[in-house]
Structures are given as C-alpha cells and as structure tokens.
Design a binder for this molecule. Structure first.
Ligand SMILES: [Zn+2]
Length: 143
C-alpha cells in the first residue's frame, strides 16, 4: 500500500564560519572560499521536514502537523535561530557545512517521531545550495 507524505517548512537565521583546524589558514581559504571569512556570515536557513501522513502510518503514535510544528520549533528553530552555529556543542568537532547541519537536524528530530515516520530532512542554505538526508545512522557515529 502506498503512503503519502507531508512536508513542513521552518525557518531560522543563523551565523557561521566554515573552518577546520585540520587545515592550515591558507588551505581553509582555498577549500571554503569566502565562507571562511574570519568574521563569519549568516544565512536565512529553510528546513523542510517530510513525514509520512499520520493517516497512513502504521502506528497509533503517529505525529500530526501540529505536533511536528511543536517538535521542530522546540528542537530546531529555538536552538539555532539567531545563534552562531559554530558555538553549538554538536559542532565542537564538526564543520558547520550544510551537509553536517542536515544530519544534525535529522538526529535532533528522529527520536521525537515514531519509527519510520520521518522520511526526509532538507536544508536550503542559499539560493543554490540544498542539502537533504534520509538516512538513519546516529550523528556521533559519523564523526
Ligand atoms: Zn555560509
């Protein structure tokens, strides 16, 4: 039987700087370009969260839109909005790339949603940069 899905859109504004201590100053500049600017810069991030439709999920605990909005606001928007991503404890040893951010957002949401209902998380960072994740391995296991 097919399963429909719902995607909700959330927004937050945050600063960051792409930089890793594993590279030299010059290498960081080459790899990350202007995103390595020592003063940092900001983005108006858009987060797209896709869940299986509550009516078709095989669980009495299925999350509805209101509940998803509450979870995403508490776990994602309140955590990152008007913050410096480089100061977030989860980014202490990770570069604040869109790839890493989308993995972290998945890991912050997935424990709050019944098994299998979270289908995809996507992050739009800029007009031309879009990241998405549909996997399941814990964030820490990938570091
Ligand atoms: Zn950036």
């Amino acid at each position: 039987m097919g399963q429909g899905s719902i995607t909700r859109r959330y927004r937050f504004c945050a600063a960051h700087r792409l930089h890793t201590d594993h590279l030299s100053v010059e290498e960081n500049r080459v790899v990350f370009g202007k995103c390595n600017n020592p003063n940092g810069h900001g983005h108006n991030y858009v987060v797209l969260v896709t869940i299986g439709c509550p009516s078709t999920v095989q669980s009495r605990q299925a999350v509805g839109i209101d509940e998803l909005d509450r979870i995403a606001t508490e776990r994602i928007v309140n955590r990152f909005d008007h913050h410096d991503l480089n100061q977030d404890p989860e980014f202490a040893t990770q570069t604040t790339t869109g790839e890493n951010l989308v993995l972290l957002i998945w890991d912050l949401l997935v424990p709050q949603i019944p098994d299998g209902q979270l289908k995809k998380v996507a992050v739009i960072e800029t007009r031309d940069n879009y990241f998405e994740y549909m996997g399941a391995a814990p964030f820490a296991a990938r570091s």
